[in-house]
Design a binder for this molecule. Structure first.
Ligand SMILES: C[S@@+](CC[C@H](N)C(=O)[O-])C[C@H]1O[C@@H](n2cnc3c(N)ncnc32)[C@H](O)[C@@H]1O
Length: 245
């Protein structure tokens, strides 16, 4: 498997630096900062994925492999788990060994923008908290759809900005004030995440509102695209099947 290109854009380089200092506390802090909602969102996303017996699933931006392990628990599939951050993958391997799933999940260094797999290679493709970190979300979606077999499921989890004004105001106060403060109590790396995350999510939906994202999915060849916002609009799961199945 080829190593990711060393010529990184500013956005990609920032993502690599951001995650380098997080792996050891990532799972715990992710759950805490989302008030325990993010494991529930992950489970819902994986529940949208249908895989035949003995099927193969690709999890992109796998981080520490939480989605990959949930896929194995729920479907029994074999998973290839890809991320561009070696420190996150190393933690993923450790956690996966601890969960006695090392035989069913293979971790690999790679970038979502150019996946090192042939077309139509997987029965399902999952990706979580990825598109905010890439320069061209539409092209990345097409790349994710490329490696999915016709009829297979593409499923995604991402943060979302609540639409209802009261909850949006609460979300703004939390992400701009409380989250950086909570991060500061843990480490410099989590403070940086606390400062970055809310703005990154707002900026993402400012650039590509949810409706436009769903259109991008359709343009990437995904049919019957569905979206469900969760937890007062703080998270969204999007899924659909690749046409031609
Ligand atoms: C917020 S973490 C999500 C990890 C995991 N999916 C989860 O459920 O928590 C985002 C991950 O995306 C990875 N990432 C960011 N940009 C990427 C890219 N272009 N290709 C592959 N991985 C990427 C980061 O290294 C990081 O591990």
């Amino acid at each position: 498997m080829g190593a990711p290109s060393t010529r990184l854009s500013e956005r990609t380089g920032h993502a690599k630096r951001l995650f380098a200092g997080l792996p050891s506390s990532y799972d715990r802090m992710g759950a805490m900062l989302s008030f325990g909602q993010d494991p529930r969102w992950r489970r819902f996303m994986v529940s949208r994925v249908a895989v035949p017996a003995g099927g193969r699933v690709l999890d992109v931006a796998t981080g520490t492999g939480m989605v990959a392990r949930e896929v194995v628990r729920r479907t029994g599939a074999c998973v290839v788990a890809v991320d561009q951050s070696e420190p996150m993958l190393a933690r993923g391997r450790e956690e996966t060994e601890r969960a006695s799933m090392a035989g069913t999940i293979r971790f690999a260094l790679g970038r979502a923008e150019s996946l090192p797999f042939p077309g139509d290679a997987f029965d399902a493709v999952t990706f979580t908290y990825l598109l905010r970190y890439v320069d061209d979300p539409a092209a990345t979606l097409r790349e994710l759809a490329r490696v999915l077999r016709p009829g297979g499921t593409l499923a995604n989890l991402e943060f979302h900005v609540p639409v209802q004004p009261f909850w949006k105001a609460m979300w703004m106060a939390y992400t701009r004030g409380a989250m950086p403060a909570a991060g500061r109590l843990v480490s410099r790396a989590w403070y940086d995440v606390g400062v970055f995350l809310g703005r990154s999510v707002s900026d993402f939906y400012g650039r590509i509102p949810l409706d436009e994202q769903l259109e991008m999915w359709r343009e990437a060849g995904i049919a019957d695209v569905r979206a469900r916002t969760m937890s007062l609009g703080g998270g969204v799961v999007i899924w659909g099947g690749k046409g031609g199945g």
